[in-house]
Design a protein around this ligand. Structure first.
Ligand code: GLC
Length: 739
């Protein structure tokens, strides 16, 4: 009798799994059938209308394009989507117009909900510092819940561009320089935005952007060409997009950039052959703002008609704001330049997503939660999450034992206008975020240290970056000064040649230290790695606080007071000098690896070749000891799990969380590989004196890389493995992978 029950359970399990698979396949077939039925009814103009997207009220996140009457265009069935529709009433109005069109095909509304809609969370680069993937999923879930309440169906996020050059202002929107980690973040955020399926109306379509290699812009100059090898394209820039597909991302966005001689928006090998061919992507591709029309600026198209032809044939399904498709595709189909099958494929992809969202069943199904918007305040649960996300994103770069601030400290000087600024805590791409929602640093500190006397001093004018008269400072017990970027200094079209913090701001730190002789704590705000070598010697503590959103003041205070022991790690290298950019930890060995003792090695004569702060670096108020990794044996076959163990001990006096990182080096490979490559991390929380063993398990696939035929392969041979708490603080072991 005993043996029957497990068998019965197994059979029941198989039955239900099969039933679910059949059901989802049936739904899929049913949608496909319905979409095909609609396409058969559509005129060519109506089909092309679905491929056309306009911006609401010309709220432009790009150059101004047209002054068409969108309502009339929608009524004629010449619009498939609107972006930047930020009110439920406006969304309803547009949708009502769409219901007056001949076939009543619903519109889809998109917007850049990048790090929050109403509740602004830390910028993506800050959240990436937390190395907390669940957290990133949760904040994306909240963003989707708030976006959908505003009537939105679709966010143009996550940005999964790998970025190795901090001169490029859009590093703020990504997950930093590491591809392996970028893949995990891409999946976490897609999962947060899209949920399990769209029957939950608090989920929206996500969009992997900007396809591809937009972050490889030459010299970090936004919109500049990306000219990289095929191997680098496959090894570094494409995997996060593939990861987004594995997470079932609904849409892609093609980039502005020229990629190896072909503009991404007209890149047939990339979109038609790789994305929709080899990768079998079943969603749709929207162009970036006006990038179809911009094919004329790239000088690959003589006119908008050529541009429409190139982009549609290349696999770009929807034209954001350039009107190239709606103005030219009908002619191109009639002359045979573009086959109707190209149009039908694009329309099928777009209508399928509208079906999956439930818009055909009820075009207004995302317009019935207006009540949630009545409350002008931020939902407390969301605020709590934002405060947690902020604290987990703050990177402690230096601490001469002056942090955490004891509540016995009586007189604190808080210097710098960023301490009272609300807008600058939000950063860029803030959706419907408002400065009024923000807890600034001064307020957060006062709330966390009620017994202390906190004196705010402006100290410098952030508009002119000129320092101001300072009072007598020696009366204070501790000085906190906040410097760095305003919210307008990183983001799209914000590239810099010099990523140094303004010299006057840095000189202020020196003056504060020299005039007061007291502990000086420096808080740095910004959307990218910054250079501050000049002030570093005068700071007793330095924290990278990025742009943390609505709870910035509380998150920063939680860390300063030790409420939260900082645990974040840098997801992107901080250079000593702007001239080092692009600088990244996983660089190649070269034939002359850097050596301090040999001038004929890969280095500079006027600056150290090493960064100021390495990828993966971040301090805690406690200390951890990570032992040399051990492996049960020295040789592994291809089908074996490779197990690596290490002991982690909290050797300090505070409870804390350590992010133990695992890196590999393929000692000899047929294609050159980086000196080290991140291939694992685990976060572990330990009390003082507590120690735990952690184990990493790798398979041969984790050791692989792309060969020159763009195949992901794993070659046999010796591999080194490294564990540690930063890419520049590692202990190693090695093993041999044998065929
Ligand atoms: C912008 C950005 C893109 C954004 C789009 C719509 O120019 O490049 O990331 O999604 O236009 O706002």
């Amino acid at each position: 009798m005993q043996s029957v029950i497990p068998r019965l359970t197994f059979l029941v399990f198989i039955f239900f799994t099969k039933a679910l698979l059949i059901q989802s396949q049936t739904i899929h077939n049913n949608i496909s059938y319905q979409v095909d039925s609609i396409i058969r009814l559509m005129t060519l103009e109506e089909k092309i209308g679905q491929m056309n997207q306009y911006s609401n009220d010309r709220k432009n996140t790009g150059p101004v394009i047209n002054n068409l009457n969108h309502l009339e265009e929608i009524r004629k069935g010449r619009v498939g989507s609107m972006l930047n529709v930020t009110s439920v009433s406006r969304a309803k109005q547009y949708q009502e117009e769409a219901m007056k069109s001949r076939l009543r095909i619903p519109l889809i509304f998109g917007m850049d909900v990048v790090h929050g809609m109403k509740t602004t969370f830390p910028i993506p680069l800050a959240e990436a510092s937390s190395f907390d993937l669940e957290l990133m999923t949760k904040t994306a879930e909240v963003a989707a819940a708030e976006a959908s309440a505003h009537g939105l169906h679709w966010t143009f996020a996550p940005m999964v561009d790998i970025s190795r050059d901090a001169r490029w202002g859009r590093v703020m929107e990504g997950a930093g320089e590491d591809t392996w980690y970028g893949c995990l973040v891409a999946k976490a955020r897609v999962k947060g935005f899209q949920g399990k399926d769209y029957t939950d109306k608090r989920t929206i379509l996500a969009c992997a952007k900007h396809f591809a290699a937009y972050g490889a812009a030459i010299a970090g100059k936004d919109y500049a060409e990306a000219d990289i090898s095929e191997n680098t394209l496959h090894q570094v820039y494409l995997p996060p997009f593939r990861a987004a597909i594995e997470a079932k991302v609904a849409t892609f966005m093609s980039g502005f950039n020229d990629l190896n001689g072909i503009p991404a928006t007209a890149h047939r090998p990339l979109m038609r052959d790789l994305l929709k061919g080899k990768w079998d992507f079943d969603g749709f591709v929207v162009s970036d703002w006006e990038s179809v029309g911009e094919l004329q600026n790239h000088r690959v198209a003589q006119n908008a008609k050529d541009a429409a032809k190139l982009a549609s044939l290349a696999g770009c399904d929807m034209d954001m704001c350039s009107s190239s498709y709606i103005s030219n595709l009908e002619h191109l189909v009639n002359t045979g330049d573009v086959d109707i099958s190209i149009i039908d494929d694009a329309v099928k992809r777009i209508l399928t997503k509208k079906f999956e969202l439930g818009l055909f069943k009820d075009p207004f199904c995302y317009n019935n939660r207006e009540a949630e918007l009545k409350n002008e305040k931020i939902n407390n649960r969301y605020r709590t999450l934002a405060r947690e996300a902020g604290a987990k994103s703050i990177v402690l770069l230096k601490n001469n034992s002056v942090l955490p601030i004891s509540d016995k400290v009586k007189n604190i000087a808080l210097i710098g206008p960023l301490n009272t600024s609300k807008w600058d805590m939000l950063g860029n791409w803030v959706g419907m975020g408002k400065a009024e929602y923000v807890i600034p640093i001064l307020d957060g500190l006062k709330a966390s240290l009620p017994k202390s006397n906190i004196t705010y001093i402006e100290g410098y004018d952030h508009k002119t970056n000129t320092t101001k008269e300072l009072p007598y400072l020696s009366e204070f017990d501790i000085i906190i000064v906040t410097i760095g970027e305003k919210a307008t200094e990183s983001g799209e079209a914000k590239s810099k040649v010099d990523i140094s913090i303004d010299q006057n701001q840095q000189s202020l730190v020196k003056k504060l230290k020299e005039d007061s002789g007291k502990p000086v704590i420096v808080l740095i705000t910004g959307g990218r790695p910054l250079v501050f070598s000049a002030m570093e010697p005068y700071a007793d503590a330095i924290l990278m606080t990025w742009w943390l959103g609505v709870e910035a003041g509380n998150s920063i205070s939680d860390v300063l007071t030790g409420q939260y022991n900082p645990s974040a790690k840098l997801p992107i290298t901080f250079p000593k000098h702007s001239g080092q950019c692009p600088i990244y930890y996983n660089h190649k060995s070269t034939g002359r690896p850097w050596s301090a003792d040999n001038q004929y090695t890969s280095r500079y004569i006027d600056e150290d070749v090493r960064p100021a702060y390495a990828f993966g670096y971040g301090l805690s108020y406690t200390t951890f000891e990570i032992t040399t990794p051990v492996m049960s044996k020295k040789q592994y076959g291809y089908n074996e799990n490779i197990r690596i163990k290490t002991l982690v001990k909290n050797t300090g006096k505070y409870k804390g969380k350590e992010t133990v990182q695992l890196y590999l080096q393929d000692v000899v490979s047929s294609v050159t590989r980086p000196v080290i490559e991140l291939c694992g991390f685990q976060q572990i929380e330990l009390k003082p004196g507590e120690e735990k063993q952690i184990e990493f398990v790798l398979t041969n696939k984790d050791l692989g890389s792309f060969n020159l035929k763009n195949e992901l392969i794993t070659e046999p041979g010796i591999f080194k493995l490294f564990v540690g708490n930063s890419s520049d603080n590692l202990k190693q072991t090695e093993f041999e992978l044998i065929e």
